[in-house]
Design a protein around this ligand. Sequence first.
Ligand code: ATP
Ligand code: TZE
Ligand code: MG
Length: 262
Amino acid sequence: MNDPSRHLDAMRTATPLVQNITNYVAMNVMANVMLAAGASPAMVHARGEVAEFAGLAAALTINIGTLDAEWAECMALAARAAVERDIPWVLDPVAVGATAMRRDVGARLLDLSPTVIRGNASEILALSGAVARGRGADAADEVAMAQRAARDLARASGAVVAVTGPVDFVTDGARTAHISNGDPIMPRITALGCSLTGVVGAFAAATPAFEGTIAALAYYGVAGEIAGRTASGPGSFQPAFLDALYAMTGAELDAMTRVALT
Ligand SMILES: Nc1ncnc2c1ncn2[C@@H]1O[C@H](COP(=O)(O)OP(=O)(O)OP(=O)(O)O)[C@@H](O)[C@H]1O
Ligand SMILES: Cc1ncsc1CCO
Ligand SMILES: [Mg+2]
């Protein structure tokens, strides 16, 4: 893909309303990232309104980072509503292999036909049923190790699967892509992966899932590279990253994108 800017333009033009059920750590970071990108985020998770809100939204994202039993039920209600209303929904299976509860909720959500699944290598390995070594929310496995699991998971679930890390991998079960944009500071800042899931949802609202996911990952990685030019550590990286998401032109994105389709 040499023109991800088309998909960035489509997303910014649509300013999609994206409903996010995300974790307490990510809520503020994610909303700011999505606003800087040009989307309209709403963090909505109450039982009484999740399904109704999905009728207003252009996409839904569900992140199990700070799970509890009540939220797990609301996540399923929201996912069902998204499928009924035919809007894309993105699953972020944070630390899905860590506990029995996470494995159970992850499997239930997987049964509800996510459009895209976005996780790190340990999470995608665990969700696919393979043995993973992740501790908590951080990856301990390599993206390359998770590629076969990602392809199997995509074929079994019908979802586009994105494995993020130093080089990102995206597959719909048949086609594959590697995106080698990004900055090594990114995994040293909490919730940047969670926030990326929101950006993937925003792109998927305006573009078919495989192309939209690749473009979202390229855009995010390029913003990371731009932020990395001036940042002196994780603290100064965060505002520089928001500014880069906000200011990036389509021409900059196309010039800096490193995507290999296979
Ligand atoms: N070592 C790295 N070098 C360059 N980019 C990276 C690196 N690690 C992660 N990234 C980028 O960081 C972003 C977030 O991906 P990551 O895999 O860290 O998510 P995550 O583990 O789900 O994060 P979290 O759960 O903490 O929010 C992606 O755009 C990815 O490409
Ligand atoms: C640190 C952390 N703990 C639960 S969710 C979360 C945010 C990154 O996934
Ligand atoms: Mg994560």
